[in-house]
Ligand binder design. Structure first.
Ligand SMILES: NC(=O)c1ccc[n+]([C@@H]2O[C@H](COP(=O)([O-])OP(=O)(O)OC[C@H]3O[C@@H](n4cnc5c(N)ncnc54)[C@H](OP(=O)(O)O)[C@@H]3O)[C@@H](O)[C@H]2O)c1
Length: 275
């Protein structure tokens, strides 16, 4: 049986659907009850609540909220081990590899170290920025057909969360083959915020204007949805990405046997939230 935390989010939801459709036994975990028969409530911040949901589990897919601030990775991994888990897959971030000194991603980096040193079999995923972050623009696109964002001409290879879920399902269904591996997951090409606005326009069937925001204005907006240290880290990647962060990784295509999905594909599937 496979236990998936963060199961109602961008990646967890399609991951649960894919694994269930493939005939795997799955327990979906988050803090809010959903009423689904596969779902159980537990809180990663209180590892004791995980113990009962791990009964019969041999694999655990870990998605933490934000950068995993205020979590006790060792407590979570000890609980997993005690529950019989043999393989843990951690959804981390590309930035733990490309920015080893960033304070914003220190908790995720510590989680990775705990996973690698846990004595369990492990696989770590390093996704780039998610295409679904464009959901933050949904209200302004609906109301004003405008995307206001900073760094309009800086391109990054954003990844479709559905591809992260597809990779996660592949890894979880063939665990032995992927033990001890770290995969970098990106989209098929770098795309700028200005180009994302154009793609959103095509998805909704009306032009969407791009409006360049200053770094300060963008910072003020981000502070509504993330802590200051994470907002700084995010702005630094969006504005001054390293060569590595601009690069397309071959891992999604290698693992799935098909090209990674484009931002336009994500926008077309999610057009309803922008109409
Ligand atoms: N967005 C990006 O660009 C990006 C890039 C690279 C890596 N990442 C990483 O990806 C992860 C987020 O993935 P996502 O976007 O798929 O998630 P998400 O959409 O933000 O959803 C978070 C999920 O975790 C659950 N959750 C939150 N706190 C929890 C807790 N204490 N215990 C149990 N469940 C909890 C939420 O449900 P409840 O609230 O009901 O519990 C929800 O199911 C983060 O670790 C982030 O650092 C994101």
């Amino acid at each position: 049986m496979i236990v998936i935390t963060g199961a109602t989010g961008n990646v967890g939801r399609p991951l649960v659907t894919t694994l269930t459709a493939a005939g795997e036994r799955v327990t979906a975990v988050s803090r809010t009850a959903t009423g689904s028969p596969h779902h159980r409530v537990a809180d990663l911040a209180d590892p004791g609540t995980l113990r009962p949901v791990l009964d019969g589990a041999d694999a655990l897919y870990v998605i933490v909220a934000g950068c995993g601030q205020d979590l006790d990775p060792q407590g979570i991994l000890d609980t997993a081990k005690a529950g019989g888990v043999r393989h843990v897959v951690l959804q981390s971030s590309q930035l733990t590899g490309t920015r080893p000194d960033s304070s914003s991603h220190a908790p995720l980096r510590a989680f990775e170290e705990a996973v690698r040193g846990s004595g369990l079999d492990w696989t770590v995923l390093h996704p780039a920025g998610f295409a679904s972050n464009a959901g933050l623009w949904a209200e302004q696109v609906r109301a004003r057909r405008t995307v206001a964002a900073p760094f309009g001409d800086v391109g990054l290879p954003v990844v479709d969360p559905a591809d992260i879920a597809a990779v996660a399902a592949t890894v979880l269904r063939d665990r032995r083959r992927h033990a001890g591996r770290t995969y970098v997951l990106t989209g098929p090409e770098a795309i700028t915020p200005r180009e994302q606005a154009r793609a959103l326009g095509e998805a909704v069937g009306e032009p969407v204007r791009f409006e360049e925001l200053s770094r300060e204005a963008a910072r003020a907006q981000l502070l509504h949805v993330m802590p200051a240290v994470v907002a700084e880290g995010t702005l630094s990647v969006l504005g001054e990405p390293s060569a590595q962060e601009r690069e397309v990784s071959p891992d999604v295509e290698r693992l799935l046997g098909r090209p990674a999905g484009s931002f336009a594909g994500w926008a077309a599937r999610n057009a309803a939230i922008f109409r």
